[in-house]
Each structure stands twice: as structure tokens, then as C-alpha cells.
Design a protein around this ligand. Structure first.
Ligand code: HEC
Ligand code: HEC
Length: 492
């Protein structure tokens, strides 16, 4: 859902930092190709690029959206701020956190920050240890005097959005909100590039913003409720944390061995830079246990479907790695690392849960991580021009099995009906509110008319840059062959 990237601006020019340049150049060459939006048949890279349409492009903005939102009933801390007589003028993430009342310093226990290097939430292809997802939160303690209200704020660089969850004071229900902001680059002819979106630049200098409620997002690809109320209207809403308990495998944390390795990956690029509106010192003290406590205090700890059993999975992965003989790995080795993980993955593949987190610690390809991390460090040191910063989200391995295991590829060789479920069931199932146009497609194909199946075929043929392309490319990418398999199924 990030803004459109400048075309052809990721071209590599020799900079001052020559030492790592040669290692990088091969890798970066791949990213400099010009993309032709109307090409047919679609080359795979057309689908796979890290540039996707803004799902809120046609949504109301500015005062029109504020009026729409504030005209609804509701009483919660976000409405206190944004629906006040004098609407706040907020131009950055730190200012936003201050306006919401987060203290400047993280006070152990009650307020905090957690950082994850892998996400199965709304923007899975943006998140790695190099571009982590930050959640800044405040514990809910309704019996405290004065009561402390639930507040959690999610932020990933590149998306130009901020996610929130709060609790309504009248009906005690969770309320999800999304703030969408714009920067000056959105309105210049070239659009926004990696240096605008993936550096401290995107955390400040906002030119405008609009706040959307969960109702406004329901028929978009960033529908909060598809994951936070997955059984559909009238069923419980809940906070999510799939890796709820220690060792919190994919979270950056100085208290676990894995967490320290992920921090090392992060620091090699970011040093002690301010991140997600917090100081380098606060970043260093990130603690996933704080988010676990938010879930516990708000009574959602028991609500986690298909929880990722990190302790068992890490132990099984370690054993498998010991047993593996170098050079003799089958193609689908990642699927065989852990039996516990495999069960969780298959539940998700059958459409019973959202994607399970990846079984291994790192979701990054080592060469790509090194190259992108070095480019970011060079940019920070002033050795790389902003227009030469590559898209540092491009760190995932190319192996299709690994990408399927990360939740954003299609599993190779899967029978057509099962592939359809893996790729579409999260957003198109029988639990959906039938009033949404999205309910016009369902992975249970026997309920569909010929015309509805034809509409799905059309969507599968669209280039990833088209907002109507299915599946949406920032969530899952199918290769040409996999799309052909689904098209054939839908033609029957
Ligand atoms: C594809 C599933 C998915 C969608 C869609 C989604 N979330 Fe989440 N959300 C998650 C998961 C999983 C987590 C746990 C942290 C993580 O993995 O990043 C989470 C965590 C959060 C958190 C931190 C508090 C918590 O529950 O742990 C907030 C706040 C949040 N989401 C808000 C939103 C909002 C607002 C939207 C809609 C704009 C949204 N989410 C859409 C899956 C999703
Ligand atoms: C992340 C959520 C998401 C995933 C995954 C997804 N879709 Fe969608 N789909 C949507 C949303 C939101 C809409 C409504 C907006 C629109 O029409 O583009 C939609 C609309 C559609 C429509 C139009 C329905 C109508 O009658 O108007 C079709 C057809 C469709 N999707 C097919 C698919 C297929 C096929 C897949 C899997 C290969 C898929 N979608 C995967 C979110 C998703």
C-alpha cells in the first residue's frame, strides 16, 4: 500500500563506497529494469516488484474523511484527539505518539515498544530485521486509578500508514483505525522513492493525513477485521500476537539469542538511529514481552488461534539443521524443518487461520541482507545519494518454498483447489459479511456463477500495479504457472 515508486530511479551509480560495490552491483542490476505496466503475458517480475497500488487511493481525504469518521458514534482515545473541536496538526510519528500521551521515556512495564523482524500482519512483504515493524503500546488496566486505557500503535516504514487499536468506553469493543499520511514526494511528479519511504524521512514532514475507521476499510485489502475478527460479523474481535510466548522467535530482543542476532542485522544498517518515533536507546530496550502483557491484561492471551509454539519449533529446527548434510537438501527442505511448525502452516494453508510465521529465525537471504544493509549504512553515512538508495525491503530469498513458508508465496506443486484456498481464503470465505462486494468471490467455487468465476480469471490476469489485481501483490505473489493453474480451475 505504499506510494508508487519512481520508475527507473533505483539505477546504481558508482558511489564513494567502492569496497562493497562490486558485490552489490549484480544484485542491484536486477532491480533497475523498467517495468511495462501493460505488458502481456505478464513477466513474473511484474507481479513480484515491491511497488503496489495504494488501496485508499480513492478514499475520501482531509476534512471530508474527518467528518465521515466523527459523525459515527463512538468514545475512545483516538476520537478524543482527532474529533476534537480543534483538530490536531500532526506532521510525524513522534508528534503523533506525544499527542496520544505516550511518555517520552519508556517506563518499564506500563508503556513499551516491541519490534518484529517478520510479520504475518497487513504488510508481510515490507517487514524484515532491516525494516522491522514497530508496535508502541500502553497496558490496559481498567481497575487502576485513574484507569489506563488500551492503546497500541503499529508502524512499518514504507506503508505511509499508522495502525491503531483502542477500546470504546461505551460498548467496551475493540476499535481499529488506520491513519494514512502523505509526504511532499506524493505530490511531485516523480512520486516517492526508497529514500523518502524507508528512512527517517517518512517519520516526519507529513503534509496531510486522514484517519479511517475499521468500517471504512472493510472492502479493501487492508481490512483489519479479516485478521482481528476472522470469524466474521458478530464474532469476537481480538488482539493478535502469533508468537505470544518466549522465545518470541522473530522479535528483536536483547534477552534471547535469536533476538540478539536480529538486532545485529538491524544495527549493522541503522546504528542507533531514531526509529518509529522512538530514540535509539528506546529501540534497544524493545521487549516483545510487553506486547504479550498487553494481550494478557486485555484478556486476549487465550484467544490466539493457531499459536506459533516458538520453543518447540526452535528446538526442532535446531535438530533438523544438525541432521542436514550440506548439499543434500531437497527442494522443500524448509517444509521439513519442524513438525510442530508444519501443522501450523497447514492449518493456515487450509484457510483455517492467517499465515503462520516462518519456522527459521531469519526471513532474509544472507547476500541480499548484506547488500541492502550496506547500502542503508552508506546512505546514513552520506556516501550514497538519496536517489541511489535501493528498495531495502527486497531482502527475501527467491526460493519459492521459502516464500510460501513465509506466507507470501504459493506452495509449489499444490493441487489447484488447495492453491486457491492458500491464495484467496484469507479474504474470500463464507464467513464474510455478504454485503461486501468482496463476498462476490468465494474459494468454495460451487457457490459461484460462471460470471463470477470469469471475473476472478480477469483479476488473476491483471498486472500487480492494478489495484484490482488478485491476489493483491503486497500480500501474496503467485508466479505465472500458479496463476495458470488457478485460471484453468476457474474455467471448469
Ligand atoms: C493479515 C492479517 C492482519 C491484518 C489484515 C491486520 N492485522 Fe493487525 N496484526 C496482525 C498480527 C499477526 C499482529 C501481531 C503482530 C505482528 O505479527 O505484526 C497484529 C498486530 C496489530 C497491532 C498490535 C496489537 C496487537 O494486536 O498485537 C495493531 C495495533 C494492529 N495489528 C492493528 C491493525 C489495524 C488497524 C489493521 C487494519 C488497518 C490491521 N491490524 C490489519 C494481523 C493483521
Ligand atoms: C488480502 C485480501 C485478499 C486476497 C488474499 C484476495 N482478495 Fe480478492 N478481493 C479483495 C478485496 C478487498 C476485494 C474488493 C475490492 C475489489 O473489488 O478489488 C476483492 C475482490 C475480488 C473479486 C471481485 C468480487 C466482486 O464480485 O466484485 C474477485 C473476483 C477476487 N477478489 C478474486 C480473488 C482471487 C481469485 C484471489 C486469490 C487468487 C483473491 N481474490 C485474493 C481482497 C483479497
Amino acid at each position: 500500500m505504499s506510494a508508487t515508486f519512481r520508475r527507473g530511479r533505483t539505477r546504481w551509480r558508482p558511489g564513494k563506497a567502492g569496497a562493497w560495490l562490486s558485490a552489490l552491483s549484480l544484485l542491484l542490476l536486477c532491480c533497475s529494469a523498467q517495468v511495462n505496466d501493460t505488458a502481456d503475458p505478464l513477466p513474473p517480475e511484474e507481479r513480484d516488484r515491491l511497488r503496489w497500488p495504494d488501496p485508499l487511493e480513492h478514499a475520501p481525504r482531509g476534512e471530508a474523511q474527518r467528518e465521515r469518521l466523527c459523525a459515527r458514534d463512538g468514545d475512545d482515545p483516538l476520537r478524543d484527539l482527532f474529533c476534537a473541536q480543534e483538530p490536531p496538526s500532526i506532521t510525524g510519528i513522534a508528534e503523533l505518539q506525544d499527542a496520544l500521551g505516550f511518555p517520552e521515556y519508556v517506563i518499564g512495564g506500563f508503556y513499551g515498544m516491541a519490534l518484529t523482524g517478520h510479520s504475518t500482519a497487513a504488510a508481510p512483504r515490507s517487514v524484515s530485521a532491516l525494516n522491522p515493524r514497530a508496535i508502541v503500546f500502553q497496558l490496559e488496566q481498567l481497575r487502576a486509578v485513574p484507569p489506563m486505557e488500551l492503546l497500541a500503535v503499529g508502524f512499518v516504514r514504507g506503508e505511509q500508514t499508522v495502525e491503531f487499536v483502542v477500546r470504546d468506553r461505551v460498548d467496551s469493543e475493540l476499535r481499529f483505525y488506520l491513519l494514512k499520511y502523505r509526504q511532499a514526494c506524493n505530490d511531485d511528479g516523480d512520486g516517492c522513492g526508497p529514500a523518502d519511504l524507508l528512512t527517517p524521512q517518512t517519520e516526519q514532514g507529513w503534509t496531510e493525513f486522514a484517519l479511517y475507521g475499521e468500517q471504512d476499510l472493510q472492502n479493501t485489502v487492508v481490512d483489519c477485521l479479516s485478521c482481528h475478527q476472522p470469524d466474521g460479523p458478530g464474532t469476537p474481535k481480538f488482539l493478535r500476537m502469533q508468537e505470544l510466548k518466549t522465545p518470541w522467535t522473530h522479535w528483536l530482543f536483547t534477552g534471547t539469542e535469536g533476538g540478539r542476532l536480529l538486532f545485529d542485522d538491524y544495527r549493522a544498517a541503522h546504528g542507533d538511529e531514531d526509529f518509529a518515533g522512538r530514540s535509539g536507546d528506546q529501540v534497544a530496550r524493545s521487549h516483545p514481552g510487553g506486547l504479550e502483557l498487553v494481550a494478557v491484561y486485555s484478556n486476549f492471551a487465550g484467544a490466539q488461534p493457531n499459536e506459533f509454539d516458538g520453543a518447540a519449533i526452535e528446538a526442532e529446527v535446531a535438530l533438523s539443521r544438525q541432521a542436514a548434510v550440506e548439499g543434500e537438501r531437497p527442494d522443500d527442505w524448509v517444509m521439513q524443518l519442524s513438525a510442530t511448525w508444519r501443522l501450523a502452516y497447514e492449518r493456515a494453508r487450509r484457510g483455517e487461520a492467517i499465515p503462520a510465521p516462518y519456522p527459521e529465525l531469519r526471513v532474509t537471504d544472507p547476500d541480499k541482507l548484506a547488500a541492502m544493509g550496506a547500502a542503508y549504512a552508506a546512505y546514513r553515512a552520506g556516501e550514497l545519494l538519496p536517489e541511489d538508495l535501493p528498495d531495502i525491503r527486497d531482502v527475501f530469498p527467491d526460493d519459492p518454498w521459502q516464500r510460501a513458508a513465509m506466507g507470501f508465496g504459493g506452495e509449489p506443486g499444490l493441487p489447484a483447489q488447495e492453491l486457491l484456498v492458500q491464495a484467496c481464503a484469507q479474504c474470500h470465505n463464507s464467513r464474510l459479511d455478504p454485503k461486501l462486494s468482496r463476498a462476490g468471490f468465494n474459494v468454495e467455487l460451487d457457490v459461484l456463477s460462471r460470471a463470477q468465476k470469469d471475473a476472478a480469471i480477469e483479476r488473476l490476469r491483471l498486472p500487480g500495479s492494478d489495484i484490482r489485481a488478485m491476489p493483491p501483490v503486497h500480500v501474496r505473489v503467485l508466479d505465472v504457472e500458479q496463476r495458470a493453474v488457478l485460471i484453468e480451475l476457474l474455467q471448469q
